[in-house]
Design a protein around this ligand. Sequence first.
Ligand code: PLP
Length: 445
Amino acid sequence: MQDIERKDKTYVWHPFTQMQDWVENKQLVIAAGDGIKLIDIDGKAYYDGVSSLWLNVHGHRKAAIDQAIIDQLGKIAHTTMLGLANIPAAELAEQLVKIAPPGLTRVFYSDSGSTAVEIAVKMAYQYWQLKGQTQKKKFITLTNAYHGDTVGSVSVGGIDLFHRIFAPLLFETVHAPSPSCFHCTLGDSPAACGFACVVAVEKLLADHHGEIAAMVVEPLVQGAAGMLVQPPGYLRRVRELTQRYGVLLIVDEVATGFGRTGRMFACEHEGVSPDLMTMAKGITGGYLPLAATLTTDEIYNAFLGPVEAQKTFFHGHSYTGNPLACAAALANLRIFRDEQVIENLGPKIEAARRKLAAFWQLAAVADIRQCGLMIGIELMQDKATKQPYPPAWRMGHRVCMKTREYGLIIRPLGDVVVFMPPLASTVEEIEEMLDIIYRAIAEVT
Ligand code: PLP
């Protein structure tokens, strides 16, 4: 074991990690990045097949982002936004409003997806308080939802494994069924069940709208739940219902934003403009921690008044609107524009679709879910009866450890093998990474 691995194992506590397992096993220590590859301390290169946890868009050491950060460093690294403005934060806010769905006109910064959601939840709550509808305090969330790990964002989440232990700390929410046909108990497809998941949302709204502040959804795909792709039309229908019943819609684009689904934001596929939208992960191209919560004039204006009226949104973090991160995000958006990143995604998405079609012949592959370059391959012991593998087998984990032997780093969600390559990956690289995953599944299962 190299000394740096020893230091890690002696001093560091890793996120979402059973440290006993971590310390007992050989771990990779990454020393550098190069394009879409990560390089470990032994000099071995690996494809970054989950974009460093769904963040990295244009590859590592992208010259234009590196340079933007260096240029900003020559001016100032950080200054507070409490009582002061800064140049990159103001420039970026204008750019974000330009690319966001219509009607989202105000940008509130934070530093992670969790805090962006926390802010959206608090804004929605305070909005109704300010409007005098003080009984509107609850939130509708989806089962299996994941919106982050702060207490507020966990409260609107629905993954039992992550959230059960903290239940006594959380505020109460009203749960709508997860709109995922493969796992759904309401029906096989919207055509067969009459969109039962939407009917369920309508019932909740009809029964409870007087006490509901907002509904929170991940658009198109429930990512951390296992890449659960929603049936087309779900988001649009939910939007119509929330408007009809006077409930705010919070769309969490933390995972889906910045091109991941084939459009800049997933909302665009359904022509939806929410009341509040969160973004993080890809906002800086995967370089620095930054997040934003966007909202409408209607919500923003409700918070206006003389200082003594105490309508202020009392929320902010030390690093809110950090100039270095905002400079990286501005460079990220310039690359999207100059290199036509979204326009060039079509062939890459299609190449992945073609390759994935062959995976059905693997006995362990029970479902393949793809939305743009968000891909989940669900493994089961018996796909005919949808019998999962015993959790102790850690099948998803074993497949991902096998891909490392062939030079690809991916990370599963339970027994769902997740593939989220950087958008900069070429068609050939996507095909090569999927070949590795195919081989690993065939060998391990
Ligand atoms: N919301 C969604 C949809 C996510 O997928 C995630 C993270 O995976 C988060 C929020 C939390 O983001 P962060 O890990 O930056 O706090």
